[in-house]
Design a binder for this molecule. Structure first.
Ligand code: CA
Length: 469
């Protein structure tokens, strides 16, 4: 009797320790922290002077800063479509910022695409999205239908930050920008949130990790801060009374709110002993629109929506304690598309579609000394603009105008050498030509065609009338 009592105790203890100590190599958790419209210079690890970001900087300190970390497009929607599929979004026609069109099943990420949620859910992960979705508002395109067990946030491309301004149900939306005032959604239904939006998302992130700590999880934490409108609470504004420009002050306060959330999330991972079993990526979805939100991309040229570095090179870092050596600066170009490929490799999951990213881990551990990419590409279909980045070059072509920069020695893209280096221009043009063969034309009208779309779809926001048979 006594013997079996001890046996039972031992078995409970053994089971408990096993559950507590998943091997670090076994399907690690993946966390992506995405900010919205944050400038390249607006994190401590890229040298910010006026925004202390001790939380975000811990990721850099614990892991790697990508000095040449890119996203696949220079505005929100297409960049997110690339991130979540690991593929250049022009491969499937997601070339524009989608419109808010809840009745249109083609307005968003095509169903043939596999999301990182689909992939990791299939591999046994618990998957969650918090914050901004922006990949389709039709019922067939929402997060719960695209591989995510949990969703808390909003479907639109932007949102106001104070709960007292959220006075619309999704069914009451009558225009594109009404979408900024909707109540938040938990899975399929509206909820009454009372906290400042950024704080609410941080709270939910902690809750998600606590609830799923004993399984492999994938958390896509998509803050909409510091995207306009510029709105912050006194808690964060009061930290920056020394900043005179009220717009910059509010922007900085918004980043500081995100930073508190990131810090709290890292504290929790440490407390739960999950640091060595969790990759944490941090990046912005595109460069700062300096005029809209007082962001700062220096020393890069350009801003959100263009293909100068300021549009597509973003603050980008990753940590995986115990697996990726700490405190690294990584100078070779990498791209947001690499996150999917990395996650797929670690989860030992087979992606459905051909990926454009690569598994970064061998490059970050030093196992592979080569650059992860020979070339990165961008296309703005409507403007007839394409760009390419190779080890030493950056070229942007727009119709008849070409600009070529020695990017290693001319980070700020100040000296166009295209007319004196035709050989290089031709070689890069040939690469772009090859890449464009993979691409499709856009499959939906975008934000710039808001009026045109409404004219073509007069019932865009009219709720369906239920027929009584
Ligand atoms: Ca954005």
């Amino acid at each position: 009797m006594i013997k079996s009592y001890w046996t039972v105790l031992f078995l409970i203890w053994a089971g408990y320790s096993f559950a507590q100590q998943r091997p670090a190599s076994e399907k690690p958790n993946v966390v992506i922290i995405l900010t919205d419209d944050q400038g390249y210079a607006d994190v401590g690890f890229n040298g910010s002077k006026d925004i202390p970001t001790p939380g975000i900087d811990r990721i850099a300190k614990n892991g790697v800063v990508f000095r040449a970390g890119y996203v696949s497009y220079a505005v929100c929607g297409p960049s997110r479509a690339g991130l979540i599929t690991g593929r250049y979004q022009d491969r499937f026609g997601f070339s524009r910022n989608p419109l808010l069109a809840p009745k249109d099943s083609t307005m968003g990420l095509p169903l043939a695409e596999e999301t990182m949620g689909d992939l990791l859910q299939k591999a046994g992960y618990k998957t969650g999205v918090l914050g901004k979705w922006h990949l389709g508002a039709h019922p067939s395109l929402t997060p719960n239908k695209r591989g995510f067990d949990e969703f808390y946030g909003f479907l639109e491309g932007g949102h106001r930050y104070f709960p007292e301004e959220w006075n619309l149900e999704e069914s009451q939306v009558q225009s594109q920008y009404d979408g900024y005032r909707t109540k938040l959604t938990r899975n399929d239904g509206p909820v009454e949130e009372t906290e400042y939006l950024t704080d609410a998302l941080s709270r939910e992130a902690l809750d998600f990790v606590k609830r799923n700590q004993s399984e492999s999880f994938f958390l896509y934490l998509a803050y909409n801060a510091p995207h306009a409108p510029l709105q912050a609470t006194e808690k964060y504004l009061s930290r920056f009374d020394h900043i005179e420009d009220p717009r910059r002050k509010t922007y900085v306060a918004m980043v500081s709110a995100v930073d508190d959330g990131v810090g709290a999330l890292l504290d929790l991972l440490k407390e739960l002993k999950l640091e060595e079993n969790t990759l944490v990526f941090f990046l912005s979805d595109n460069g700062g629109p300096t005029k809209d939100n007082a962001s700062d991309n220096r020393p890069l040229r350009g801003f959100k929506s263009d293909f100068f570095e300021g549009g597509v090179r973003v603050p980008f870092a990753v940590q995986w304690k115990g697996q990726i050596p700490e405190g690294q600066d990584f100078d070779h170009p990498v791209i947001s598309l690499d996150i999917f490929a990395t996650a797929a490799a670690l989860a030992n999951a087979e992606p459905k579609n051909e990926l454009d990213g690569v598994n970064l881990i061998p490059f970050l551990t030093g196992e592979n000394q080569n650059p992860p990419h020979q070339a990165l590409y961008w296309r703005n279909f409507d403007r007839g603009r394409v760009a390419i980045r190779t080890a030493d070059s950056k070229m942007i072509l727009e119709k008849e105008i070409g600009q070529l920069f020695d990017i290693q020695s001319d980070l700020s893209e100040s000296k166009n050498v295209i007319s004196v280096d035709l050989l290089r221009k031709n070689s890069l043009s040939a690469k772009i030509y090859q890449w464009k063969m993979l691409l499709m034309d856009p499959v939906f009208l975008g934000l710039l065609e808001d009026r045109e779309y409404s004219r073509l779809h007069p019932d865009r926001f009219t709720p369906e009338i239920k027929k009584n048979d």
